[in-house]
Design a protein around this ligand. Structure first.
Ligand code: NAD
Length: 348
């Protein structure tokens, strides 16, 4: 049996959901809701049913799942109304803009017994999966630092993403994906957060940021989003007890250099233009192994498959309430750090 879905917000990501939810082969589309007549016409032209209002969609008893793909500031009101009308809810990321708002949404889920989750689809990105698998395999020992970067050069989009009241800014946009990934890689307790914002193409919201999360055991995660980087830095860089790893681009393999012997009998100094160094001399194959990991297998359509299996009592939802809250707490601490210019205590 396929589960009936209605997508609220038929813009860029709403279109993605209509396409990809159907490709997962577990849902069928009941229709869409959008407040913009141009989007409604587009849907009608594609043969998609358009509900005149959200209330009309919520009154359709055949609909089981509402996916919210509107700008970020209205996720909460739509999600709570949908759960109260007996619908299960998938919200686009960021699930909402504050922890207080998220707690109200979680409360609605608990009260109504309806499934409520967020579309953290980048848990299916193969670059992230490679780093997670590297950690879980233990082959480089304890991770000391993970640097996760996304660099573009087109500035922040000129739509609602550049406007504060809609929940714009890159911390809420790409940041929430990268922080969610980091919190899946590092599951130990956090201790503090430090963040700075860029304002290169937009003064109202951050058009890039640099965030350091420090964990209780001294490990650190560095997350950076830049929209004014004409040369991109590597997507992931990992330092671990027994080696390092790099993923230069999200389509590339994870390259690993593993230390197999700490000491070399004879280090050959390296001559640079103006000097000599033994400390920074590159290692050779006597003390290190260099290899590439296979690109992990991943199918983002498993997201909807998991939601439907959860509704059928056969699985547990992958993106859980406590995980959503942990990520949003880091984001709140990051805003506080920017506001005060300080490292902010953040024990999660
Ligand atoms: P968009 O501007 O392209 O589309 C938003 C749509 O929502 C528009 O058609 C607009 O008319 C409609 N809308 C606005 N308010 C509404 C309301 N109250 N009721 C019904 N419709 C309403 O934006 P987008 O890029 O599609 O982003 C939408 C959401 O998806 C955002 O939360 C964004 O962060 C998220 N998103 C997620 C990913 C991802 O990879 N998970 C990628 C892009 C966007």
């Amino acid at each position: 049996m396929k589960h009936k879905l209605c997508v609220v917000g038929f813009g860029g990501m709403g279109g993605w959901h209509v396409n990809h939810a159907l490709k997962s082969d577990v849902v069928e589309l009941a229709g869409i809701v959008d407040i913009d007549e141009a989007k409604r016409k587009k849907a009608r032209d594609m043969g998609i049913r358009v509900y005149e209002t959200l209330a009309d969609a919520l009154a359709d008893e055949s609909i089981e799942i509402i996916t919210i793909a509107t700008p970020n500031d209205v996720h909460e009101e739509i999600a709570i109304a949908a759960m109260e009308a007996g619908k299960n809810v998938i919200s686009e990321k960021p699930v909402t803009l504050s922890c207080a708002s998220l707690l109200r949404m979680i409360d609605a889920s608990n009260r109504t017994g309806k499934l409520f989750t967020v579309h953290q689809n980048r848990r299916w990105d193969v670059d992230y999966l490679a780093v997670k698998q590297l950690k879980e395999s233990g082959e480089l020992g304890k991770l000391l630092t993970v640097e996760s970067r996304i660099h573009g050069s087109r500035g922040i989009p000129s739509d609602w993403r550049g406007i504060k009241r809609f929940g714009g800014g890159m911390l809420y946009d790409w940041g929430i994906h990268l922080i969610d990934q980091i919190m899946q890689i590092f599951t130990q307790k956090t201790s503090s957060v430090y963040c700075t914002f860029d304002h290169i193409t937009n003064n109202e919201v951050d058009d890039g940021f640099k965030l350091t999360i420090t964990f209780e055991d001294g490990a650190t995660a560095y997350v950076e989003v830049g929209t004014y980087n004409f040369v991109a830095m590597p997507r992931f860089y990992v330092r671990a007890k027994n080696g390092s790893a790099i993923i230069t681009d999200w389509t590339k393999n994870c390259e690993v250099v593993k230390c197999k012997a700490w000491h070399e009998s004879d280090v050959v100094p390296v001559q640079t233009a103006a000097g000599l160094t033994k400390t920074m001399a590159p290692r050779d194959e006597i003390t290190t192994d260099t290899y590439k990991l296979d690109i992990p297998k991943s199918d983002v359509h498993d997201y909807y498959r998991n939601i439907c299996a959860t509704l059928e009592g056969k699985a547990e939802q992958i993106v859980k309430h406590d995980e959503m809250l942990r990520v949003l707490r880091v984001i709140e601490a990051a805003f506080k750090s920017v506001e005060t210019g300080n490292v902010v205590k953040c024990e999660l």
